[in-house]
Design a protein around this ligand. Structure first.
Ligand code: XMP
Length: 601
């Protein structure tokens, strides 16, 4: 018997995270598809992930039959939990959705909850719910949201069968005692001996690269971000310097001074800077839909790369990519996960190169935190290693364009019920959609703008942050909540604006300014990432730009919370932005992920 846990990936966004968490706890874990029963049966216990499928509609029904016939203990999360209930005779229905934090109340002491307080915060992302318990099972936990609505069967179990189900996700950071719950299951119930060492050895990766590459030339797209910088350093240390060729494509959507800084860091290896900004602007003229934008950017990247390959006569070379695990899973990289956003380096042409064995992705199983750890181990300066992550398509996914219309699904006006907002605040919807993720599926919906409150005082931030999960659960047409005190918006209408160089220039300056304030006020390391988004809207009858500030806190980028920042920071930024006549409105994004994503597109 293998001293570890088999994690079954049914396509939920966090399947890989379950394995990473277990390994962090010292318990070995491997990911399998549900039908790999021969392998699964060799492990001491099984954990089943969530899924984008609907258990109430019997999608992927019976997927766990063989697993549940095994003698080993089984624990299921979300869809996994619902399927366990169904298998033993319970009933699952389409229920009231719950997204974000909720309070779990343990109502029965069992072998899976030792050490967990009676009440704790857990993380929810689901629409279906277990309505009727199977015979022999007990309800061991209930959950309640901000409004005090109770959800039954949030945790269920049958200790004699060693079957357990949680509606919530203990594997994400936001579940306060998630680690202890996983440990209780793996160590106490499955009897896994926690002696696994999870350190990522740079040396192991170096040897693997040497093995994969042999004496070929390797090309790396060095974007300047953490991942490609760490990978560049890894390649430098693994291969002889004349075999490593770094290519930096300036798409026109980089941060201020970025291309210059990348060039100076890699000055001791073959480094080529290609200015392709004109081509990117031309290709994106009149493109509005985020997935269309991402595909165009991805494909143009590959075209440019192919041309560069041809010029250097290196068709026999390999390409290295700094893809990390969340990039893969959010592009539908696991067998079953739904596409939330197509990442620039995961387009079809690139997939073909992967199939031909021409791409190496040495960081493909790591999360950002682990890449940083690796970078430090390799001696990359912490200033670069701790730089905020920046998406491949860069400012292009932070600069929203619009054709002057609402998205087609909004045939009726979305009416906001102000009685649902805290006293003194009112709401209206912004006239442009953004991408989000709800119950493991992509959403493309309008943001709710809250107005009110004198300024960005932390007390106001806290009050609204507490109200956001309830608002999103109650309003089915929105996937984000942003807040703007001080400005008075009477009316919004969609504006028609394209991705022009002038707009990017403005966004670049605003982004630079926000980052400057973060550094000056010693806040840079307190936030994980701080996208600045700019979108067009007709505000109070005037065609304008709306700036959205999106501070996020997370450890792996899969789920995020919004940090409260000092008034001094927001007032300083606001004062500077008010000097810019094109900008009519500045708001903070208060949305957790899910249901928002970090980037708006
Ligand atoms: P989302 O917006 O999906 O972002 O919550 C999660 C993390 O991924 C980054 N991101 C990207 N990184 N290529 C990348 O290399 C991309 O196309 C891309 N899109 C999003 C995002 O900035 C965040 O850190």
């Amino acid at each position: 018997m293998i001293n570890g846990i088999a994690v079954i990936d049914l396509g939920g966004q966090y399947a890989h995270l379950i394995a990473v968490r277990l390994r962090d706890l010292g318990c070995y874990a491997e990911i399998f598809d549900a039908d790999d029963i021969e392998q699964i049966s060799r492990y001491k216990g099984v954990i089943v992930s969530g899924s984008p499928n609907l258990s109430a509609h019997d999608e992927d029904g019976g997927v766990l039959t063989e697993i549940l016939e095994l003698p080993q203990p089984v624990l299921g999360f979300c869809f996994g939990h619902q399927e366990i209930a169904k298998f033993y005779g319970g009933k699952v229905i389409r229920g009231k959705p719950e997204f974000g934090p909720a309070t779990l109340e343990i109502i029965k002491e069992t072998d899976i909850f030792p050490g967990i307080p009676k009440q704790s915060t857990v993380f929810m992302s689901h629409g279906d719910t277990v309505e009727t318990l199977p015979p022999g099972f007990e309800e061991i936990g209930i959950s309640s949201n901000q409004k005090g609505n109770i959800h039954h069967n949030a945790a269920i179990g049958c200790s004699s069968l060693k079957r357990y189900g949680f509606q919530f996700h203990p594997e994400v950071d936001d579940s306060e005692y998630g680690d202890l719950m996983l440990k209780n299951f793996a160590v106490d119930i499955c009897k896994v001996d926690p002696r696994w060492q999870s350190k990522i050895f740079a040396q192991t990766l170096i040897e693997k690269i040497q093995d994969q590459v042999g004496d070929k030339d390797v090309f790396l797209l060095a974007s300047g971000g953490v991942d490609s910088t760490v990978l560049g350093e890894l390649l430098k240390q693994a291969l002889s310097s004349e075999k490593v060729h770094l290519l930096h494509v300036d798409t026109g959507f980089m941060r201020k001074n970025e291309s210059r800084e990348v060039a100076s860091f890699f000055k001791d290896v073959d480094f080529k800077l290609v200015d392709a900004s004109q081509r990117f602007f031309e290709a994106l003229a009149n493109v509005y839909e985020p997935e269309a934008k991402r595909k165009i950017i991805g494909e143009l990247f590959v075209d440019i790369l192919t041309e560069e390959f041809a010029k250097l006569n290196l068709e026999d070379g390999l390409m290295a990519q700094g893809t990390i695990y969340p990039d893969r899973i959010e592009s539908g990289g696991s067998n079953k996960a739904r596409v939330i956003k197509t990442h620039h380096n995961q387009v079809e042409i690139m997939a073909e190169m992967v199939r031909q064995g021409k791409v190496i992705e040495p960081l493909g199983d790591l999360y950002k935190k682990e890449v940083r750890q690796l970078g430090l181990e390799l001696g990359v300066p912490s200033r670069l290693v701790n730089r905020h992550p920046f998406p491949g398509p860069g400012l292009a996914v932070r600069l929203l364009a619009n054709n002057g219309k609402y998205p087609p699904q909004y045939t009726n006006e979305v009416v906001v019920d102000n009685s649902r907002l805290p006293d003194g605040f009112s709401g209206m919807v912004l006239p442009i959609a953004s991408v989000g993720v709800k119950a493991d599926m992509r959403s493309y919906e309008l943001p709710l703008l809250i107005q009110g409150g004198e300024d960005f005082h932390p007390d106001n931030q806290c009050k609204l942050l507490a109200a956001v999960p309830g608002l999103i659960n109650q309003m089915s047409d929105i996937n984000r909540v942003v807040w703007s005190p001080g400005f008075k918006v009477e009316s919004f209408a969609p504006a028609c604006k394209v991705m022009s160089p002038k707009r990017v220039e403005l966004l670049r300056e605003v982004d630079y300014l926000v980052n400057k304030y973060l550094v000056e006020l010693d806040l840079y390391d307190h936030v994980w990432q701080f996208p600045v988004v700019m979108l067009p809207a007709v505000v109070n009858g005037k065609v304008s730009e709306v700036v959205i500030l999106r501070p996020v806190k997370t450890s792996r980028g899969m789920t995020v919370t919004v940090p409260v920042l000092p008034l001094e920071f927001y007032s300083g930024v606001l004062q500077e932005l008010q000097q810019l006549s094109q900008i009519q409105l500045v708001a903070i994004d208060l949305t957790t992920k899910p249901p928002g994503t970090i980037e708006w597109e």
